[in-house]
Design a protein around this ligand. Structure first.
Ligand code: MF3
Ligand code: CO
Length: 281
């Protein structure tokens, strides 16, 4: 049982969802190891090396290394995307040294038994300026607002609109256009697109077996981005700081299952009064 009803949208079997959970757990553990060890004075290359170790230990492979989104773009050179300050997403691991007050977005994807997990956290290096700290907290909240809007029989637009509303109510932020969340499963990027703005009740239906990478990107200024000469790094056109949070989720008949949180999202979902929906093994 794979594709049905909406062309291009993959509906995963319960068996496959359990593999998605395995991949998601690798991603969650790697992100925790990176966010808890990153320090002032480290290079982003050293952060990437932490994730390389986790992949080896877990027997997983990178979803990002060698990824080629289209002809003419060089294959992705790391296992993480590490985006500092005005870099919003897709920053390349480098010899750049992290400094006090930097906002570092860590995006990581892992594949195990043919399926992918994809998630991102933004983390302050030392103390953040208060506006940057608030941007980061509000972007994470908007991720959970989007997750909270997912229900069987609902629409992708319910998630998009919840993210947009959450960010607009929280502050005067730029909501990045041009990049979206996405379906995920046997490929890291697959239909449907999940924009970070939109209308409730619009878009493809959320069915059991659909896995979604939800990933708000917000800035202290513009919604517009450029790509640097390295063909990858996405920066704000006005140099304002951007934050990025992402989780891979699915919705079962029991509730929401956050595949890329170590506890499956149980604690946060419980706090938000939402049903937690893991499949038992
Ligand atoms: N994790 C990114 C996303 O959320 C994709 C990274 S692009 C890659 O869609 F080239 F690094 F893989
Ligand atoms: Co993604």
């Amino acid at each position: 049982m794979k594709k049905r009803r909406v062309p291009g949208i993959e509906i995963l079997s319960d068996e496959d969802l359990k593999l998605m959970r395995k991949a998601g757990l690798v991603v969650a553990r790697a992100l925790r190891e990176m966010t808890s060890n990153v320090r002032v004075g480290m290079t982003t290359h050293e952060v990437d090396a932490i994730a390389v170790d986790v992949l080896a230990r877990e027997g997983a492979t990178s979803s990002f290394l060698g990824y080629e989104p289209m002809k003419g773009i060089p294959p992705y050179p790391g296992v993480t995307c590490l985006s500092v300050n005005e870099e919003v997403v897709h920053g390349l691991p480098s010899e750049r040294v992290l400094a006090e007050g930097d906002l570092l977005s860590i995006d990581f994807g892992a594949m195990i038994e043919g399926v992918h997990g994809d998630a991102a956290r933004s983390v302050g290096i030392g103390d953040l300026a208060s506006d940057v700290e608030k941007l980061n907290i509000d972007t994470e909240k908007s991720l959970w607002a989007g997750i909270s809007a997912a229900r069987l029989g609902g629409k992708i637009g319910d998630i998009s609109s919840a993210i947009e509303r959450s960010l607009r109510n929280a502050g005067k932020y730029g909501i990045v256009r041009g990049y979206t969340g996405h379906g995920i499963g046997h490929q890291m990027h697959q239909p449907p697109d999940i924009p970070n703005y939109g209308s409730r009740g619009k878009g493809p239906i959320i069915e059991q077996g659909l896995c979604m990478a939800i990933e708000p990107m917000a800035t202290l200024g513009t919604s517009n981005t450029d790509i640097l000469d390295d063909d990858w790094t996405v920066v704000t056109t006005d140099g304002s700081v951007g934050a990025h949070w992402e989780n891979t989720i699915t919705v079962t008949k029991f509730g929401i299952w956050v595949l890329t949180e170590e506890d499956g999202g149980e604690e946060t979902l419980h706090r938000l009064g939402l049903p937690f929906g893991p499949l038992s093994d």
